[in-house]
Design a protein around this ligand. Structure first.
Ligand SMILES: [Zn+2]
Length: 180
């Protein structure tokens, strides 16, 4: 994942739970299926609230899925594409089928819309059309940004992950309030 951090307020601590309101989970899955075999990506818009059941936990509510075009292409992040391909230790070619990028302009647009509607961008989502819902080596090597990242697997299973800071690659699973 690559998130344009200067555009996203990172004032959060790890969510206690992640809750998809309304039919957000269905919309997320369908928007990812729609672009398969390429990886799909989306921004998660919502807000935080205190849990009524667990007072010390903060629930992050996703109330709107903002599907994005996968803007990945070699050189998107001005990184040395070839050296990273080699560092993956294989002949793996990075394409939109195993890599995604969010367009910073789309993030800005979503952020403006979110603010106007009393929401915030609380994380990102992307799919692994041929894989599981765990953070991949490719995600890590291309500089996964701190914060919340949701992954939709080939079998439509959804998992959420939290990364504390940009220095480490330590990830913590985030519990979904409703697993469906
Ligand atoms: Zn990934």
């Amino acid at each position: 994942m690559q998130l344009c951090n200067e555009n996203i307020e990172s004032v959060y601590v790890m969510p206690g739970f992640l809750n998809f309101e309304h039919d957000c989970l269905t919309i997320l899955r369908r928007s990812m299926i729609a672009v398969a075999p390429e990886e799909g990506c989306a921004l998660l818009l919502g807000n935080q609230k205190n849990s009524a059941i667990f007072p010390k936990k903060i629930i992050w509510n996703v109330s709107l899925i903002w599907p994005c075009c996968n803007a990945w292409e070699p050189g998107f992040f001005n990184l040395d594409h070839r050296s990273i391909c080699l560092s993956l230790g294989s002949e793996q070619k990075l394409t939109r089928e195993n890599r995604f990028a969010l367009d910073p302009r789309e993030q800005l647009l979503a952020q403006r819309w979110a603010r106007a509607n009393n929401l915030e961008i609380i994380g990102t989502a992307h799919s692994h059309p041929e894989g599981d819902a765990y953070v991949s080596d490719t995600d890590l090597r291309w500089g996964m940004s701190p914060g919340l990242m949701v992954i939709v697997a080939k079998n439509q299973l959804v998992r959420a992950w939290w990364k504390n800071d940009s220095q480490s690659n330590q990830l913590q699973p985030v519990q979904l309030a409703h697993s469906s």
